[in-house]
Design a protein around this ligand. Structure first.
Ligand code: G6P
Length: 370
């Protein structure tokens, strides 16, 4: 029964709409609201190792790698541990320097991605401690990990990952918060704010799904014939710009590039003309003024600006009519909300172009060969 489309046209749409539940399921039993505590038994198991770790190395591929990139920003900020994020395929082949003071976090929906699996084995042989963040119970990655946590996203059928990604983010947030608390690298005020925001994420995602679909469909319709898209974000929203661009490529076959917003002037800005839609992941954060000036730079070159904004942002809404809103939360939590409109945007563009969004050409749900 779990693999029926449940009235939705595609698995991808069904899975996008399941996210309030799957995020909730991934937090359930771990985020204890009554005692304001986080319980993650897998993390406890390697807690000593983690506290003494030289660094954390995150290995993953595809969308899971984007979750890893965001985790780098969040863990470094909250836990003050050095984090590196590696494409598993690059890491495994380049004779990486690893010691028994390194902790590896492997992130994988399927738990079967060959490159990620071998990257872990490589690190394990050199004495590193391996933590697996996996969706499929009993998968190869789960089995060879020293410790781990499951995302509870349920089976993901759509080839382009959606609900597995937000479930990964939910658990990575829990891990970062828990570790920050243990290491005492977080103030009790910040802990409180992040804890409360995280608990409300399922409700906020539901709000986006309930209120923003019409705008997203209108924007998808307006731009679905474009040949190229640029996705820009800064800070915590940079990994989301990458993920937005990946989703569009996978589902619509439109060429899309994700870039750090400030880096665009070193190349991508040369592409900007009246035919180029530029998607800004521009929720209110410490860099907000700066991303607004990036938008103005695009507009001055006649580029088309689409923006994911914090609800009630009048500055950005005065710059472009093509905005999609998400609720206001702490900037660290915002990315798990800002990705939702981008998943839907690629979905509606793919469907608008008449494509089989559940089974995009040339892609596999899980890549078990090199
Ligand atoms: C394939 C899938 C992607 C996924 C990636 C990593 O490319 O099409 O959706 O992000 O593999 O898969 P994993 O199962 O390791 O997360």
């Amino acid at each position: 029964a779990a693999i029926e489309k449940n009235g939705y046209d595609h698995f991808m749409l069904k899975e996008i709409f399941e996210q309030p539940q799957t995020i909730f399921d991934s937090l359930r039993g771990r985020l204890d609201l009554k005692h304001e505590q986080i319980t993650l038994s897998g993390l406890d198991k390697i807690s000593d190792k983690l506290q003494q770790a030289n660094r954390i190395i995150i290995v993953a591929c595809g969308t899971s790698w984007h979750a890893g990139l965001l985790a780098e920003y969040v863990i470094e900020e909250l836990c003050r541990i050095n984090v590196e994020v590696e494409y598993a395929s690059e890491f495994r082949y380049r004779n990486p320097i690893i010691t028994d003071k390194d902790v590896i976090i492997a992130i994988s929906q399927s738990g079967e991605t060959a490159d990620t699996l071998v990257a872990m084995e490589t690190a394990k042989k050199q004495g590193a401690t391996i933590f697996g963040l996996v969706n499929v119970v009993g998968s190869s990655i789960a089995r060879i990990s020293d410790a781990g946590a499951y995302t509870h996203a349920g089976p993901e059928i759509g080839v382009a990952s959606t609900k597995a990604f937000t479930a990964q983010l939910a658990v990575l947030y829990l891990m970062a918060l828990k570790l920050a608390e243990i290491k005492q690298t977080i103030s009790s005020e910040t802990y409180q704010v992040l804890f409360d925001d995280l608990a409300k994420v399922p409700k906020y995602v539901q709000w986006v799904l309930d209120t923003q679909i019409d705008s997203i469909k209108r924007i998808a319709n307006k731009y679905m014939d474009a040949d190229d898209f640029l996705y820009l974000g800064r800070g915590y929203n940079f990994p989301i710009a990458l993920e937005g661009a990946l989703k569009l490529k996978e589902i619509s076959y439109i060429h899309a590039e994700g870039y750090p917003a400030a880096e665009m002037k070193h190349g991508p800005i040369a592409l900007v003309d009246e035919y180029l839609p530029v998607v800004f992941v521009a929720t209110k954060d410490s860099y907000h003024e700066k991303i607004i000036s990036n938008m103005q730079e695009i507009k001055a070159r006649k580029g088309q600006v689409i923006a994911v904004v914090t609800e009630g942002d009048e500055v950005v809404t005065s710059l472009t009519e093509d905005t999609i809103a998400v609720p206001r939360v702490h900037e660290i939590i915002a990315p798990i909300l800002s990705v939702i409109p981008l998943q839907l945007l690629s979905y509606y563009i793919g469907v608008g172009r008449g494509l089989d969004v559940d089974k995009p050409r040339n892609l596999a749900k899980s890549v078990t060969v090199e």
